[in-house]
Design a protein around this ligand. Structure first.
Ligand SMILES: Nc1ncnc2c1ncn2[C@@H]1O[C@H](COP(=O)(O)OP(=O)(O)OP(=O)(O)O)[C@@H](O)[C@H]1O
Length: 317
């Protein structure tokens, strides 16, 4: 049976006040969000922001210190969630002495809903020899085998931790296409961390941005973009023009006499400004450069009342 679920089945992930603390502090803190089923979600944030921590909690590799996370309504460690979730970790922990063929056979034996055709197609597309031992493969080819194993499981939720970082551009393009086609065909929800901001634009329709363990942005990509405007104008005095203050300013930069700002407009923008819609990379870079900007969690990504930290409603501009 396929683990994929449709959007009508409720959220793929729901987190309430989720936190993970280490001796040196919180890796993830008070995270509340909902990832609707069937979305391809980019998980973005600087090094050490808490992305792997979040993915590992969802994959049942790590226990939260605070709060809860549910996968299709079930605890990550439950048989139901385990069957529906696949995780490709940064280190791709495959058995190095196994051949590719033996690895795929193991996938088949461990997963009742195994899709041999899709797993073999992913491996073949990269010209990976079936009789090669995993330990002799390049990092990129090991990634391909790990993705083949994950896709062969036909998961409802696919968790990917920087999956494409060691692939060459052609392989990245080809595997991204495969991933999206699989997700579209089977309604798979994908949550993938990535630092490749420009490539996320063509892949993701949903976004979670974390920084210093906290959630900064969450929601549908088009709605998040529509909530922001890029302003360019001439500096008139010592600071930016006064009417900027009525908007929520994510980032404001001055270069000579020119001011550029990314804002969440609160009402009409003064005609003195040149306005533009930001692209996804501009939106993300501004938020990464300004981790102190007010968070924005769109209604679709907010959790219900129970256990909610309560600030999601307050932060929506
Ligand atoms: N086992 C651990 N013991 C102590 N601290 C840890 C442990 N694992 C993670 N951390 C800390 O938790 C924070 C979040 O780490 P995490 O790996 O989740 O970040 P990340 O966003 O995935 O980073 P990157 O982009 O570099 O992969 C970091 O400050 C990290 O040092």
């Amino acid at each position: 049976m396929s683990g994929a679920r449709g959007p009508a089945d409720g959220p793929a992930i729901e987190a309430h006040g989720l936190g993970r603390k280490y001796r040196r502090g919180w890796a993830l803190k008070d995270c509340s969000f909902r990832l609707p089923a069937g979305r391809i979600c980019g998980l973005v944030g600087p090094n050490g922001a808490g992305k792997t921590t979040l993915l590992e909690i969802a994959a049942n590799l790590l226990e939260p210190t605070a709060g809860t996370l549910r996968v299709f309504g079930a605890a990550p460690g439950s048989a139901q969630a385990v069957r529906r979730t696949a995780f490709v970790a940064q280190e791709k922990p495959l058995f190095r002495r196994f051949t590719v063929e033996e690895t795929l056979r193991l996938g088949r034996e461990l997963n009742p809903g195994w899709d041999r055709a899709v797993a073999e197609a992913v491996v073949r597309a990269g010209d990976v020899p079936l009789d090669a031992r995993i330990g002799t493969l390049s990092g990129g080819r090991r990634t391909r085998v790990a993705l083949a194993l994950a896709l062969g499981k036909r998961p409802g939720l696919l968790l990917l931790d920087e999956p494409m970082s060691d692939l060459d551009p052609l392989a990245r393009h080809e595997l991204t296409g495969t991933l999206m086609a699989e997700a579209a065909e089977h309604g798979t929800t994908v949550l993938m961390s990535s630092h490749l901001l420009s490539e996320l634009e063509n892949v993701c329709d949903y976004l979670l941005v974390v920084s210093s363990g906290g959630l900064r942005l969450a929601g549908d990509v088009d709605e998040l973009l529509a909530a922001h405007t890029l302003l360019t104008g001439a500096r008139t005095g010592d600071g930016p023009p006064p009417d900027l203050a009525r908007h929520t300013v994510v980032e404001s930069r001055t270069d000579g006499r020119q001011v550029t700002a990314l804002v969440r407009p609160d009402g009409p923008v003064d005609d003195a400004w040149h306005t533009e819609a930001p692209n996804l990379e501009e939106l993300l870079l501004a938020h990464l450069r300004s981790p102190g900007a007010p968070p924005l969690v769109l209604p679709d990504a907010r959790v219900g009342d129970s256990g909610d930290s309560g600030d999601a409603g307050a932060v929506a501009a």
